[in-house]
Write a protein that binds this ligand. Structure first.
Ligand SMILES: *[C@@H]1O[C@H](CO)[C@@H](O)[C@H](O)[C@H]1NC(C)=O
Ligand SMILES: *[C@@H]1O[C@H](CO)[C@@H](O)[C@H](O)[C@H]1NC(C)=O
Ligand SMILES: CC(=O)N[C@H]1CO[C@H](CO)[C@@H](O)[C@@H]1O
Length: 358
């Protein structure tokens, strides 16, 4: 039943009366394998939406008598914003609904799932996991450190570290088709003893005393500047505290003649708000270490998202901070003026030639 609201309802034979609303792209395994696959297996009904729309989400749910919605990452936040225009906790807003979160990756060899419905946790480890899954000490958030014998060390319970999972016949990792380099990058060898092999999830997780697992951060979301690691989520958390900022996407850009990546923030302003350059300066220098303060700002009309609602960074990184090729307004952190200043072509040339110290 294909209707004007871009939804397709498909019922599968079975006993389940649940109606599941699927808005994620079908190339994502959450939508195809878990969503549609789950409906087929249970005999439930799925309502397929052509494309996720925050403004149509709730009216679709009402129209199709949806009983289960499926979300990943940021999607839940968009929906909360849609209802209140403020961030409310979805559980306090909706009361008696059941949220079941899980952790996994299509290519990974590890998966956790709600076993008790504990809010905020992606699941719990169990007896079997104790042998295969470990959280490694990762003090600088880039690579696990090795002790003097060359082995990695585990964190204490309650501390954040890198989640890895043993690769063996029962827990295989098949790698990526035709991309040996990417496959190798996901593996960590000789971790605790000679010849062992682990799948590196790239995720920083914390395990509490009751063995509940919590997602903390993504390793990829860091870059190096002046020999320090900048965690992009920490920078954006500080910037979105400002009342004129809707969203901040943080990444590092290359500057000729400089090691590492200089921090850049791509910003979306709140409706009708204007960018206060002095307040922005005050905020970053007050709450962030010097190396983490974004050197460049870019004000965009709309944030580019990946198909699965993660902030798009690659293209922004590629575009850099050149005012001749970028039409969005650009600003530069000028410590001597204690403010962000407009990034002119002259200033850009000075930065490239090294006349302006970074
Ligand atoms: C939703 O439920 C109502 C009440 O049971 C029913 O009248 C309506 O036809 C249902 N809508 C759809 C699209 O199945
Ligand atoms: C934004 O400004 C326009 C024109 O000045 C006004 O009509 C609109 O109501 C404002 N929106 C908000 C959210 O303040
Ligand atoms: C698959 C699974 O473990 N589901 C559980 C999720 O949490 C609820 C609430 O505690 C349990 O009843 C389910 O069995």
């Amino acid at each position: 039943d294909y209707t004007s609201s871009d939804c397709w309802t498909v019922g599968f034979w079975g006993y389940f009366t649940d109606i599941i609303y699927i808005t994620l792209p079908l190339y994502h395994s959450a939508a195809s394998l878990l969503g549609i696959g789950g409906c087929i297996e249970l005999g439930a009904t799925c309502v397929l939406k052509k494309k996720f729309s925050a403004s149509q989400f709730w009216s679709d749910c009402k129209k199709y008598n949806v009983t289960v919605i499926q979300y990943i990452g940021e999607l839940c936040r968009y929906l909360c914003n849609q209802i209140h225009k403020v961030r409310t906790r979805i559980t306090t807003r909706f009361g008696a609904i059941k949220i079941c979160e899980f952790y996994g990756a299509t290519e990974g060899n590890i998966c956790f799932m709600n076993h008790t419905g504990k809010i905020g946790s992606v699941g719990r480890t169990n007896f079997f996991y104790k042998v295969t899954i470990h959280i490694l000490l990762l003090p600088k958030k880039i690579e696990p450190i090795r002790n003097k014998h060359g082995w990695c060390e585990k964190v204490k319970k309650g501390e954040a570290g890198l989640l890895i999972s043993k690769v063996n016949a029962k827990n295989p990792f098949f790698g990526y088709a035709g991309n040996k380099r990417h496959t190798e990058k996901k593996l960590l060898c000789e971790v605790f003893k000679k010849g062992d092999l682990y799948f590196n999830t790239g995720d920083i997780m914390v395990q509490d005393r009751e063995n509940f697992m919590y997602f903390w951060d993504r390793i990829g979301d860091t870059f190096r500047w002046k020999g320090e690691n900048v965690a992009t989520t920490e920078v954006s958390d500080v910037i979105v505290m400002l009342d004129f900022i809707q969203e901040a996407n943080i990444y590092g850009v290359s500057v000729p003649g400089h090691e590492g990546k200089a921090g850049m923030a791509s910003l979306i302003l709140k409706n009708n708000a204007s960018l206060d350059l002095e307040q922005m300066y005050k905020q970053v220098v007050t709450y962030l270490p010097n190396y983490a303060c974004p050197l460049f700002l870019r004000v965009q009309e709309k944030m580019e998202m990946t198909g699965t609602f993660k902030q798009q960074k690659f293209q922004l990184v590629d575009e850099g901070f050149n005012p001749s090729t970028i039409t969005d307004p650009l600003y530069f952190l000028d410590h001597s003026k204690k403010a962000y200043v407009f990034l002119t072509k002259e200033l850009y040339e000075m930065i490239l030639s090294g006349k302006m110290k970074l």
